[in-house]
Design a protein around this ligand. Sequence first.
Ligand SMILES: C[S@@+](CC[C@H](N)C(=O)[O-])C[C@H]1O[C@@H](n2cnc3c(N)ncnc32)[C@H](O)[C@@H]1O
Length: 157
Amino acid sequence: MPSEKEFVLGTHDQEIARLAVQHRAWRPRALAAWQSAGIGPSQTVLDVGCGPGYASLDLAEAVGPQGRVVAIDKSERFLKAFEEARRDNIATYCADLENGEFPQIRAHAVWCRWVLCFVKNPRDVLANMLATRRPGSHDRRGFLAGLEIIARRTEAL
Ligand SMILES: C[S@@+](CC[C@H](N)C(=O)[O-])C[C@H]1O[C@@H](n2cnc3c(N)ncnc32)[C@H](O)[C@@H]1O
C-alpha cells in the first residue's frame, strides 16, 4: 500500500527515470520560460512539487551561487533522490501542498510544473505561491513562471 505521502504515479525508481526523460524532452521550453520570466542570477526561486529535482538543478544554475532554489515536495523519497547531485544553493522542504503546508519565504519567482493537476485545491496552492512574492518582483503572471493550465481548472488563475 502506498504511504499517504506518496505521489499517485509512485515514487519508485522507474517513476524517477520517467520524470528524467520527461524533463529532458521539455527542458528547452523550461529554460526559455525562465528566461522570458526574467529568472536569473541572485534570485530566490521556488520549485513547487519539484519531484526528484531535475528542474531544481537547472534552476540552481540559472540563479547561480548567490541565488537560492527552494525545492518543495511531499515525497521524501523524491527529495532524497537528488541529494547527491544537489548544489549548495538548493534547499529542500518537505510539505503536503494540499494541507496548506508552505515555506514562509519571499521569492522572486515560482516554478510549478505538472503538479496542480494532482491537488484537490489548486486555488489555495496558487494563493500560497502568490503570498511568497517579494515586493517589487515580477507582476502576478510573470511571478508564476511555469504553471500548467489544465482546461477545467483555468478559473483558478
Ligand atoms: C508529475 S510530478 C512533476 C515533478 C516536477 N515538477 C517535474 O517537473 O518533473 C508531480 C509532483 O508533484 C508532487 N505532488 C503531488 N501532490 C503534492 C502535494 N499535495 N504536495 C506536495 N507535492 C505534491 C509529487 O510528489 C510529484 O513530485
